[in-house]
Design a protein around this ligand. Structure first.
Ligand SMILES: [Zn+2]
Length: 541
């Protein structure tokens, strides 16, 4: 054995020459043992060395990049995204910045003029809080598109605004009953007004033409390119079906997937049964080892399940979509086969039901890393349950700064203190991986970094931040966008910090986000994204 070991050691010494070195950088490693450095050496897609001087690793064939003082951070990890939704965004009306019902109708009218009669017009991200809080109606869109069915989803994806043509096509009338977990908004006479909440969206939504395999692949490819441009080297896709997974595999095989994808299987359907039979799949580009469940709706559309009624809608406690028993049942299957369970829960009632369901399976502290996606409104007594069952609070910083305008109206003064409370989780030792939930929020992770440390909107309001005691430090925010996301996917040994042996996933920025005034973070751009040692995005011409 000895000669072989000696030989291996000799090869090892020779192999210490890097393919790529970056020098002159302000490197933030996210590794507390060595917080900063100025140079990094990369070989075979992995980090060889990080420090002040990597010249011993530089050979004649080493590519050198002088960062000229630019900041370098670990590749960012968005722990909750919808990739196909982001790709789809490029194909549908974006209503995020539209400030009136009339302006939405005008965009729909223009779109109708471009399309043959009968073709669906889709749009997304309308928000009634942009125009005083009144839900819009089908009638508002009647004249704009009399011959085209129109389906516009709310900014949180938990409500649809449709036109009369779409209601007709779907046969939704005063006689149609609310489906379980859904609600048809009605006028005084009981007729549908044109807004459908949560499960009721499907009454019209299921008439939409489905995406072909080809369309799905195109959308995912477009989203992946956007990730590379924005410095995201890993994403956790919160709800993938068989077609999406096949498209990911296709793209990876063609080398058209410049981002690593941690797949959450979208609910306990056929794909889940299939994976239960074969077990988790762990790879460097695509990993499948979790299932995504949905316990309730969202706060904006009052679909989040609350323990007490909405402060601005007495009698309404939202919609619970899963029982504790259902969560427990899926949980047991997942536990046995080594899968992680990641459940969407926004309201305090939904969070409690999920924690109880998880707790029944997990029993106590563990390393299963089950997650509650959003963990948005938590009853005071329930924070501790996250620690008790080692549950991860997967949160999205920009949800707080988008929702702060109206969150207190929905929840009232007391309950809102347990909302978007990431510091309370951190102080209990509960991991908080960050994310954007794109396309619900914008995919740029630096907006989330900014929101995490300021709890302010982009204009810098409110002055000291909303619930400022919940702000993260920059170091915490960096870790929430890197190593916490890696940990939440069982990948902390492979990524999330810049350390020798880990994947060479890193980002070079136009400014040093760890020191500049917060407002300047909003203007910071990605100069270069490196994935496994390969430059997958560069702003250089
Ligand atoms: Zn989501």
């Amino acid at each position: 054995m000895l000669p072989i070991l000696v030989l291996l050691a000799a090869v090892g010494v020779q192999a210490q020459t890097a393919d790529l070195v970056i020098t002159g950088a302000r490197i933030y490693t996210a590794n507390p043992a060595r917080r900063t450095a100025s140079a990094i050496a990369i070989q075979d897609g992995r980090i060889l060395a990080v420090g002040q001087d990597v010249s011993p690793h530089t050979g004649p064939n080493t590519r050198r990049i002088d960062a000229r003082g630019a900041a370098v951070i670990p590749g960012l990890i968005d722990s909750h995204v919808h990739m196909e939704g982001l790709g789809d965004l490029l194909e549908v009306l974006d209503l995020r910045q539209v400030r009136s019902v009339a302006a939405v109708a005008e965009l729909v009218r223009q779109e109708a003029a471009r399309r043959p009669a009968g073709e669906w017009i889709r749009g997304r991200a309308w928000d009634q809080t942009n125009w005083g809080g009144q839900f819009p109606t089908a009638r508002d869109l009647a004249a704009a598109a009399p011959l085209h069915p129109v389906y516009l989803t709310r900014v949180d994806g938990h409500a649809a605004w449709v036109n009369p043509k779409a209601l007709d096509l779907a046969g939704v009338t005063a006689a149609t009953q609310d489906p379980p977990g859904g609600k048809i908004i009605r006028d005084a006479a009981g007729a549908p007004t044109g807004v459908l909440i949560d499960r009721a969206m499907g009454l019209v939504g299921r008439r939409l033409p489905g995406a072909s395999q080809e369309v799905t692949r195109k959308r995912l490819a477009a989203a992946a390119r956007e990730c590379a441009r924005l410095g995201l080297t890993s994403v956790h896709d919160a709800g993938v079906g068989a077609q999406g997974l096949a498209a990911y595999r296709d793209l990876a095989a063609r080398n058209e997937l410049p981002v690593r994808v941690y797949v959450m299987i979208g609910g306990p359907g056929a794909l889940w049964r299939d994976f239960l039979a074969r077990g988790p799949e762990v790879g460097e580009r695509i990993t499948v080892r979790s299932i995504k469940l949905m316990a309730d709706g969202a706060l904006g559309s009052r679909g989040a399940a609350l323990l007490e009624p909405y402060s601005d809608d007495p009698g309404n406690t939202g919609l619970l979509m899963l029982t504790r028993e259902q969560i427990e049942q899926v949980g047991r299957e997942a536990f046995q086969r080594g899968f992680q369970v990641n459940t969407h829960a926004i309201g305090d009632r939904a969070n409690r039901v999920v924690l109880e369901g998880y707790g029944a399976v997990l029993g106590g502290r563990n390393d299963r890393r089950w997650r509650i996606e959003h963990s948005q409104v938590i009853a005071p007594a329930d924070f501790e349950l996250f620690a008790r069952y080692s549950v991860i609070a997967a949160m999205q910083a920009t949800h707080a700064t988008s929702d702060m305008r109206w969150a207190e109206a929905r929840l009232g003064q007391e309950r809102v203190k347990g909302a978007y409370a990431w510091r309370r989780f951190l102080s209990l030792g509960v991991p908080v991986p960050n994310g954007s939930d794109f396309p619900v929020e914008e995919p740029n992770p630096l907006l989330g970094f900014y929101a995490a440390i300021t709890r302010q909107d982009r204009a810098g309001n409110p002055k000291d931040g909303w619930q400022p005691d919940q702000r993260m430090t920059r170091e915490e925010a960096l870790r929430s966008w890197t190593i916490a996301g890696a940990h939440a996917a069982f990948e902390e040994d492979k990524k999330g910090t810049l350390e020798p042996g880990k994947l060479a996933d890193l980002v070079m920025l136009s400014a040093d986000i760890m020191t500049i005034p917060p407002a300047q973070i909003l203007k910071t751009r990605v100069k270069m994204t490196i994935l496994g040692g390969e430059i997958v995005y560069s702003d250089a011409p």
